[in-house]
Ligand binder design. Structure first.
Ligand code: URA
Length: 210
């Protein structure tokens, strides 16, 4: 993947995203749409996984057929909203290993502070896909990627649903080697750090909290 930012402009993705943005969409509807859309964006983020041929027998004949090669995948959910994307990506890649990174923002320093970190072994040998629906300021995403690199990851992709230009710029500055795949690039952040037009608080919308 050579591009730093890929916007998945498939009509199904755009249609589902519009339904998710609507404020009247229910928690159950939001969750279902998130699961469906995550299949489609996961398809894009895994597009360049390497293949190798294995010899198999079909009912008719032998053939050399492609399977995923080498590096095992690790999916890393950035808590808590990352879990909504994680479920859908796991539908497509059920054998992937899974890790979790929990960060909160210190209200005084405004810096991300780690409260949970558990990732699969041998991260250096894996293709890592970090998932978080909203790339807003990019501060917590960049901090999560810092932690993954400290744990040995060298081959990382970042998968999100919505990105703000500020978040993309922050990630490009901090982690130019980490390609981002998103369903849309929105206009801006508001004064509270929400993506505009956005869809609100992704965690609250998927878990029905306030
Ligand atoms: N996180 C969210 O859930 N929504 C935003 O708009 C920004 C960050």
């Amino acid at each position: 993947m050579t591009q730093h930012l890929t916007v998945v402009d498939h009509p199904l993705v755009q249609h589902k995203l519009t339904l998710m943005r609507k404020k009247e969409t229910s928690t159950a509807g939001f969750r279902q749409l998130l699961r469906e859309i995550s299949h489609l964006i996961a398809y894009e983020v895994t597009r360049d996984l390497p293949l190798t041929d294995v010899s198999i027998d079909t009912p008719l004949t032998e053939m050399d057929a492609p399977v995923l090669k080498g590096k095992k995948l690790a999916l890393i959910s950035i808590l808590r909203a990352g879990n909504g994307l994680l479920d859908g990506v796991l539908d497509l890649i059920p054998s992937a290993r899974v890790g979790f990174v929990g960060l909160y923002r210190d209200e005084e320093t405004l810096k991300p502070v780690q409260y949970y970190f558990k990732v699969p072994k041998e991260l250096e040998d894996r293709r890592v896909i970090a998932v978080d629906p909203m790339l807003a300021t990019g501060n917590s995403s960049a901090a999560a990627i810092d932690l993954l690199k400290e744990a040995g990851a060298t081959d990382i992709r970042f998968l999100c649903l919505l990105a703000a230009p500020e978040g993309v710029a922050r990630m490009k500055e901090a982690h130019p080697d980490v390609p981002i795949v998103t369903a849309a690039l929105d206009k801006r952040l508001n004064e509270k750090g929400y993506i505009v037009p956005g869809l609100g608080d992704a965690g609250d919308r998927m878990f029905g909290t306030k």
